[in-house]
Design a protein around this ligand. Sequence first.
Ligand code: ATP
Ligand code: MG
Length: 416
Amino acid sequence: MPASSHTELQPVRGTRDLIGEDARRHFHVIDTAREVAATFGFDEWSTPIFEDTRVFARGLGDSSDVVMKEMYSFTDRGGESLTLRPEATAGVCRALVSNGLTQSLPQKVFYTGPMFRYERPQKGRYRQFHQIDVEVLGSDSPLADAEVISCGWMILQALGVAHDTHLELNTLGDRESRDAYRGALVDYFTAHQAALSEDSVTRLERNPLRILDSKDEGDRVIVAGAPTIEAFLTDAARQFYDKLRNHLSHFGVPFEQNWRIVRGLDYYSHTAFEFVTTQLGAQGTVLGGGRYDGLVEEMGGPHTPCVGWAAGVERLSMLLAEPPAAPRSVVLIPVGDAAEPIALDVLLALRQAGIRTEIGYRGTLKRRMERANKSGARAAVILGEAEIARGVAQVKDLSTGAQAEVALAGIVAHLS
Ligand code: ATP
Ligand code: MG
């Protein structure tokens, strides 16, 4: 149905267009992350934006906010329940199994793309947002945890935002540690049940660890007095955590212990971490991750220990001090009909040399010069008929205003 001429169509609530400076910030974050991840040997994967709903809503074990309240699920024309992915990890684990890669481990994956959650939109929180993501699939070594964390830290450094963020690190121990801790938490929170928020009373039954992560003010007061997992860690869990912390020190990644960091889902174990900034108010977590051991099994694969993180591209973009500079073009200005074919030859040669080059589609010399200046072009190549006859062109440096006569054959070298 075409929009009537009176309708002003806007992007859907919680979604954004990325144009100009916004787009440059966004892609700078992604390009930088991709480059850093490559130095660790991560390979980039891409999986579908929508999946069978069961990829994300697995059985009854999952009580996370995302699965309970935030999913964009719909029934397609064939009657199947599909969901726009709220995160990358589940799809990546599904793909590991679907593609028969569970015997070719570890797989080190870099991922980026849009994610979808039905949330209340606010600064740093959208309904379509973007993540970068790294996962090591199929290693139970704490070195894998240290590598993914180091990768996150090096990306923040490469973006120039590391000084604004700090790493909060925790362990959730192994199953034995966690079961013991869970019991202690249930006792503690049951004793304070009357003062807990409604959400947290629900969590008390489903997943008491999640209460530690509550954003409710009243809950936070109670959480402050809750026991920590430290006293419940088995020797094996403690050793794992010690190794991780040693590796992080080797890699030069500073961290703080935070016993309150949990990841919501049941399949998380050992490492949990967040990179947090004070710059973005309530949306201060820019990167979060941890170790998860049961997810590939839930996709129908064998037991496969994994560790990874996801970071919000929008939040990282906001932290960038300066937007990346707009790229500057060389602009060709042919003057007179006879100059145009030569201009096209020069245009092709400059582009083949990898130089960003544009040509106006119409206009007088004066108009074209004005537009070149306004667009922030770095140089203008003026090709007049008389000059072409002599085999030269005028090249004007638009930053300095300096103009030089350059042989046509030497233009590429002059502008490289
Ligand atoms: P929060 O506590 O802020 O809701 P989360 O625990 O739901 O975060 P994760 O699922 O761990 O977030 O996702 C990793 C990162 O993705 C977050 O740290 C954040 O930077 C980003 N992120 C999550 N949800 C959104 C959203 N709705 N809009 C923008 N970025 C988001
Ligand atoms: Mg959330």
